[in-house]
Design a protein around this ligand. Structure first.
Ligand code: NI
Ligand code: MN
Length: 228
């Protein structure tokens, strides 16, 4: 079994397992780093970290076209319902649920989460996924927090961490995050979409190699890494 992880730039990822297509933070149309037309994106499940426009992105149209189940914090699930998305599953921080592709637990993230129309998006979240291959932690948008150690205690195989600074952790804190989470593989995200979050992923990767036991994997926008 293997899962193909594709980065579409910014915070958007596609996970293709043997049976399911899972899209995280479907920001395609207005994403300057994305190269895949939204029409080519298929989804069985859509996972959202929080309510900001650069994360919910195309969720309403993609969910309606694919009838994918959208999994998010409860407030965003309710908001999607008000926008005609029927297939939703609301969770909340610390709660796990077994979905057909694996378990999803929402973790804390230190950020904000208003929806694009100003509606309350509840608390921002990170995603802790248990798939056939192991555990994947997508931190969402967040600053560094010490409780990442608690997430690390679960035994993380792959951690996806923001490095772009300004809105989230920057390079230095994202290296400290690797030390807290102790993943086998660390993948950078949320950088170089716009000038304000410009960051050199190779600089981060070099520090991760130097200071931690994790293997950094830098995926170019539109590129993939296969998790076996
Ligand atoms: Ni955000
Ligand atoms: Mn963001």
């Amino acid at each position: 079994m293997s899962t193909k992880i594709t980065w579409h730039g910014h915070s958007a990822f596609t996970l293709e397992t043997a049976k399911h297509k899972i899209v995280i933070d479907p920001f395609f149309t207005d994403n300057p780093a994305n190269t895949t037309p939204i029409e080519n994106i298929e989804a069985d499940f859509i996972l959202l970290t929080h309510g900001h426009g650069d994360h919910v992105g195309d969720v309403v149209s993609l969910a309606k076209r694919t009838n994918a189940l959208v999994i998010s914090i409860a407030e965003i699930a309710m908001w999607l319902g008000q926008h005609g998305v029927k297939n939703t599953h609301g969770q909340n921080i610390g709660g796990s649920y077994k979905h057909p592709f694996g378990e999803v637990k929402l973790t804390i993230a230190h950020h904000s989460s208003a929806l694009p129309d100003g509606s309350n998006g509840g608390d921002p979240a990170g995603l802790l996924l248990t798939l056939d291959e192991g555990k994947l932690y997508h931190a969402g948008d967040t600053g560094l927090f010490l409780d990442m150690q608690l997430i690390g205690e679960e035994g993380i195989d792959v951690a996806i961490l923001p490095i772009g600074d300004n809105y989230t952790m920057g390079i230095k804190d994202a290296v400290r995050a690797v030390k807290f989470v102790q993943p086998k593989i660390a993948i950078p995200t949320h950088y170089n979409t716009w000038p304000v979050i410009q960051a050199d992923p190779e600089q981060w990767a070099a520090l991760v190699k130097q200071e931690t036991k994790a293997k950094p994997v830098v995926i170019p926008p539109g590129g993939s890494w296969v998790w076996e």
